[in-house]
Design a protein around this ligand. Structure first.
Ligand code: GUN
Length: 292
């Protein structure tokens, strides 16, 4: 059994990105510049955006954080997005989700220029992903593809079961694993809350990607001997064993599932650390104009 170490792979890739930025600097070329819009001061969003800004600093990117109050109107936010769309100095940007209830996330996503949408959420980029055209892949699925690649996990002809059909993880993951490329060429089943016989379907999987957001949902009886299991869940639960008083749990009951697996990712330290690295990779692509 091999533990998929997302922290290590993430550090390796960020090292590669930093080396590339040094080359760009030495050649007098433009340094990638990522911007983030943060509306309000939700604790988790602050942490995520803070992590993104720090990662930019680590690899030598420029970054700009635009803070707006949670009372900002939808039209004011859309105007700010239009400004960033036009700003030649900004290569790509994200609007951190979730947004306050009075703002339409869909309108926001569709206002971001597809060539600057380094989150890969714009319908044009989702369509390009489905068609296997150059695009920005959403951060979590892109991170999972890189883990599969770096650990040389075979995918061609394998059965892949994805649990969860969210727009940012499960749904794109199912499309990506079915594409005619590596990683891909899987026979994919996308399962969700209405799926019948989930246990039997999971038990047929060579590759299981678990993204339903229920702590320790997947027990050993769902998993075939030798399967590769990728855990995308992150649930914060109370714990009297940690200094902080809480700990993170994945969607997989790790201790009982791991012994059956060929590969498994742990929470924390598996998929999570890869998401910011994917955003950096997309920003580098944006700055090099590799997609549009
Ligand atoms: N909120 C949670 N995940 C994400 C993400 O990947 N991008 C953005 N913009 N907001 C998020």
């Amino acid at each position: 059994m091999t533990i998929i170490d997302g922290k290590k792979v993430s550090e390796e890739i960020q090292g590669e990105i930093a080396a590339e930025v040094q080359k760009l600097k030495a050649a007098g070329k433009k340094i990638p510049h990522l911007a983030a819009i943060l509306v309000g001061n939700d604790g988790a969003s602050e942490t995520y955006v803070g992590g993104k800004v720090k990662a930019c600093e680590r690899v030598g990117f420029r970054s700009t954080l635009v803070r707006l109050p949670d009372t900002v109107s939808e039209s004011e936010l859309l105007k700010k997005i239009s400004d960033l769309n036009k700003d030649k100095d900004i290569d790509g940007f994200i609007v951190q989700l979730p947004l306050p209830k009075h703002i339409s996330e869909q309108k926001v996503i569709e206002t971001i220029a597809p060539e600057k949408d380094v989150d890969g959420f714009h319908p044009a980029n989702v369509g390009r992903m489905a068609l296997n055209l150059p695009t920005y892949l959403p951060a979590t699925p892109y991170g999972i593809l890189q883990l599969i690649e770096r650990y040389k996990i075979e995918t061609a002809g394998k059965t892949c079961v994805v649990i969860g059909r969210s727009h940012i993880v499960g749904s794109p993951m199912s499309i990506l694993m079915a594409r005619n490329t590596y990683p891909g060429n899987c026979t994919v089943t996308l399962t969700h809350s209405k799926t019948k016989n989930l246990k039997e379907i999971c038990f047929s999987a060579d590759i299981l990607i678990v993204a339903l957001g229920k702590a320790e949902f997947l027990t050993a009886d769902y998993v075939k001997q030798g399967a590769a299991v990728i855990d995308v869940g992150i649930t914060r639960v109370k714990s009297d064993k940690t200094k902080t008083g809480w700990k993170l749990l994945g969607d997989v009951k790790y201790d009982e599932v791991a012994p059956k697996c060929s590969f498994i990712s742990h929470v924390p330290g598996g998929v999570g650390p890869m998401t910011i690295t994917s955003l950096l990779l997309n920003s580098l692509k944006a700055s090099k104009k590799e997609v549009y």
